[in-house]
Design a protein around this ligand. Structure first.
Ligand SMILES: NC(=O)c1ccc[n+]([C@@H]2O[C@H](COP(=O)([O-])OP(=O)(O)OC[C@H]3O[C@@H](n4cnc5c(N)ncnc54)[C@H](OP(=O)(O)O)[C@@H]3O)[C@@H](O)[C@H]2O)c1
Length: 350
């Protein structure tokens, strides 16, 4: 009999769900017991995710009713939601109504990243699906919240994860002014499985372009989360870009120094912040995407000319920015080793 804790997944056929399943397939302490899909209930997991053969061969997507019944019967220790924003909260509300004590949720959608329904609605322009549940969730990258939250977790977005990892330690240390300029390039998996003009291969291959300059919806999220983590004001000026690769985020952060820190001061602040972290590492030269893609690692490097500072950050959007960070949180919430199932190094030459 398996001694692994059974967990469920919502939004089962999506890219992030697929990465959660890939991590769970090799996880020593968690097993994917029920994977709910609205569109493919009854179909084999390996149909949507051929890469899961043979590990999860024979397992089929379940319905949401099956998932709710398993939660109500106490058969699941926790659930990951990889459903879209705007629908995740209502689905999780239904599960929480049925859930016994001790059941834990990690939501990778945007539904529980804001402190109030009004703050969510101002950014997403739609009503929040479960305003009464917002106070049961905490949102932070795991490295910025050493104390375990009592309830559930909303995972920050992928761009937000990269920005927060670089900005929060420098804000906390008082080394930078509150205006931060960010330019980040994401791979095409950042938009999910659905086909869009900007993710269609001929548009994306060998191409590079900015979108939503200074108007990306992660900006208010990062400002709020940085303020909560660093207890300091942040004004973010963010220009996202679509890159010609499938996975990964390369982020360049810049701003004015507060005082006159040198590069060693910036590097020391980052190193101190992450010295106990198994996943976040500070490097002496700007890191490269292939250093981290396929892993739950983040790498950061700082530089300054005396008045301007810059930090380069690389993560895998689907892992540290979504599924990997979510498993990291679930490990902590269920009292497992934080690194369980997450210690594979980057793939390198994808
Ligand atoms: N992609 C990334 O890099 C990334 C990073 C950080 C956070 N996120 C967040 O993670 C979540 C999943 O992202 P993704 O990239 O995996 O998206 P995706 O590939 O579009 O998958 C989302 C899945 O949710 C389900 N779904 C879609 N529309 C739905 C609806 N209207 N009602 C109910 N279920 C619906 C579908 O699965 P079923 O039909 O099988 O139920 C779909 O496959 C999103 O909230 C996204 O914002 C994504």
């Amino acid at each position: 009999m398996s001694t692994r804790l059974p967990v469920g997944v919502l939004g089962g056929t999506g890219y992030v769900a697929g990465e959660i399943l890939r991590l769970l397939a090799a996880h020593p302490g968690l097993e994917p017991a029920i994977v709910a899909s609205d569109s493919q209930a009854g179909a084999p997991l390996t149909g949507a995710f051929p890469t899961l053969f043979p590990r999860l061969e024979g397992q089929a997507f379940a319905s949401r009713d099956d998932l709710t019944a398993a939660v109500a019967d106490g058969r699941l220790a926790g659930v990951f939601s990889a459903a879209p924003h705007g629908v995740s909260a209502a689905m999780l509300d239904a599960l929480l109504t049925a859930a016994p004590a001790g059941f834990r949720i990690v939501d990778v959608s945007a539904d529980f990243r804001y402190p109030s329904a009004a703050a969510f609605e101002a950014v997403y322009g739609m009503p929040h699906g479960a305003p009464g549940r917002i106070s049961d969730f905490r949102c932070a990258v795991p490295e910025h919240l050493p104390d375990l939250p009592p309830g559930h977790v909303g995972h920050p977005g992928c761009f937000a994860t990269a920005m927060l990892l670089g900005i929060v330690p420098l804000l906390r240390a008082g080394l930078i002014e509150s205006d931060v300029f960010a330019s980040g390039i994401t791979g095409s998996t950042g938009s999910g499985r659905g086909l869009k003009d900007t993710t269609h291969h001929p548009e994306r291959h060998a191409n590079l372009f900015a979108y939503k300059p200074l108007a990306h919806r992660h900006s208010p999220e990062v400002e709020g989360l940085a303020q909560a983590a660093a207890d300091a004001r942040l004004r973010l000026h963010f220009v996202p870009h679509s890159g010609p690769f499938a996975r990964g985020i390369e982020m360049t952060l810049q701003g004015r120094c507060a005082g006159s820190p040198d590069a060693a001061d910036l590097t020391a602040a980052l190193t101190r912040a992450y010295e106990a972290s198994p996943f976040v590492h500070v490097t002496s030269a700007p890191p490269r995407l292939k250093d981290v893609v396929g892993s739950n690692q983040a790498r950061l490097a700082a530089a300054t000319d005396g008045t301007t500072w810059t930090v380069s950050v690389v993560i895998d959007n689907l892992l540290k920015g979504a599924a990997g960070g979510a498993v990291q949180w679930m490990n902590r919430l269920l009292d497992l080793e934080e690194t369980a199932g997450l210690d594979a190094p980057a793939a390198g030459w994808l």
